[in-house]
Design a protein around this ligand. Sequence first.
Ligand code: TTP
Ligand code: MG
Length: 240
Amino acid sequence: FLEKGEVEFKNVSFSYPESEVPVLQNLSFSVKSGETLAILGSTGSGKTSLFQLVPRLYDVSEGEVLVDGKNVRDYPIEALRKGIGVVPQEAVLFTGSISENISWGKEGAVQEEIVQAAKDAQIHETVLKLPNQYDTRVGQRGVNLSGGQKQRLSIARALVRKPKILMLDDSTSALDLKTEAKLLEALRKYACTTFIITQKISTAMEADHILLLDDGSIEAWGTHEELLETSPLYVKIVQS
Ligand code: TTP
Ligand code: MG
């Protein structure tokens, strides 16, 4: 659906429809195929809003978002929705089996693919302990899952589609550091371009680039080492 998964923002500004308030202001950056970008910034700084512009949940107000050099407006919406896996900030599960929840949005996924995605998302072992394993129902009258378990199911759902671009909206917030490290390691073989919103410096340190958003603008861009030198705000976050 997408060729390489390169992403470029060119002078992007954005306000929500019917609002005058700019949420993102003049953002320019680019991420190459297979690279990881960590996005940091305080609550309300525009991280989730930035994510929504890539699969065109919203359109930019000014500027351009390019995927593989082409404006996202020039893609069929299906290509974007299928080539980009967005794991939302709040995991959305529906009443149905674990398998159905993972394969949702990918018709014809076979059991091996579902299990592989679950293994990579670090939820397979948990599923095996459930009463009916992959056939266990979740949601109403089904089992209750913890926040971190829901997050990992939601990641498995994105992985089963083998996206070229993977966008994780604080999706590892409930995971312990060891599980998160295993997850990030497993993601490598997907070789997808990865955007990861995170509050954890340990996650940001592993990324190829860090984008620090402050009130809708880019406060700093670079690697962990570079930001330690150039961004007082980043240093403050590291020390907090
Ligand atoms: P977000 O982009 O949601 O900010 P965030 O993701 O950085 O915050 P958090 O860490 O809490 O998840 O919001 C930026 C601004 O945009 C904020 O003023 C709320 C507003 N907004 C809307 O008006 N409509 C929306 O659908 C969203 C997501 C945000
Ligand atoms: Mg958010």
